[in-house]
Design a protein around this ligand. Sequence first.
Ligand code: NAD
Ligand code: MG
Length: 351
Amino acid sequence: MTAKMYYDNDADPAALAGKTVAIIGYGSQGHAHALNLHESGVDVVVGLAASSKSRALVEDAGIRVADVADAVRSADVVMILVPDTAQKAVYDTEIGPNLRPGALLMFAHGFNIHFNRIDPPAGIDVGMVAPKGPGHLLRSVYQAGGGVPALFAVYRDATGTARAKTLAYARAIGATRAGVLETTFAEETETDLFGEQSVLCGGTAALVKMAFETLVEAGYQPELAYFETLHELKLIVDLMYRGGLNFMRFSVSDTAEWGDYVSGPRIIDSHVRETMKQVLTEIQDGSFAARWITENEAGRPNFDRLRQQDHDHLVERVGASLRSQMAFLNPIEVKAGQAQASVGAPGGGSR
Ligand code: NAD
Ligand code: MG
């Protein structure tokens, strides 16, 4: 281990003493940041559209709510927590023109700075705290006395205070209880996109679907295929989460471990490695970002089609039926067109 981890003792809360932090947006990350900061004693104002249904939730929590422009005008630190695809428009119209001189503009993901969608003026500090977990976890772990680890980065320190404020922010949301790691906007953005495309979302979803289809096409019962290729994945991931691949292999049978060694690399083979490298290149050279921005500007025709197509996949229909009888796993069904990141958070499903 060579990377330095920063913990509570490395982050001085005094950097935010007497400062006002504006949290823009109250979705998955927004509600967790606002509530954790507030309970850590930081002065918080949440900036929302006048019509936002989240306004009452913020007020019920004892936190001030204001229009985005007013929240920004009153703040020393502004954290943008609206969806990445919406950030440029909100920044251009309501945030940028109202930033106080010397303010610190913060992000939880580097996409818009790294791909030059948002270009704050020279006197504005720019920082990032990117929790490595969804908002509802950031909130519940904080409430239980722990923290979700995070990355932090300083893109520009015009005032000389950006780094201390960014670390104090990471501490106030609980992240330094678990440890934060310093990075750059480029590294965070590229690795985050690669991780979700290759393993966390894309690779895993494609692997599950392909294995499920292989069993069903060979004549096995879809319900059984569901248990083998999706349901049991959680048990395996939990083992890896606690003790890495070694603990997973320690816990499964020797037959399963042998099959892992001899068949795993045949399935995820050198073609997959070549494709991963290509996917990484397209992230690095900006072509993935350009395509996604164009898709949004066109009203998301391909995104909607692809979402609909997978929504009704057999693995989903079989899974929904089986999960409805397994109350212990707290099943949740996402309706067509409802899919959204913040299920489980206040305001979830409001988009
Ligand atoms: P989200 O989808 O939960 O939405 C955030 C809020 O923005 C909601 O209150 C929503 O009502 C509001 N909003 C939606 N569209 C808007 C628009 N056009 N204009 C103004 N407000 C709008 O977002 P999120 O998942 O919390 O993501 C926020 C930031 O956090 C992003 O930069 C994301 O990359 C980052 N992040 C997210 C996660 C995660 O697990 N969700 C983890 C780490 C970092
Ligand atoms: Mg991520």
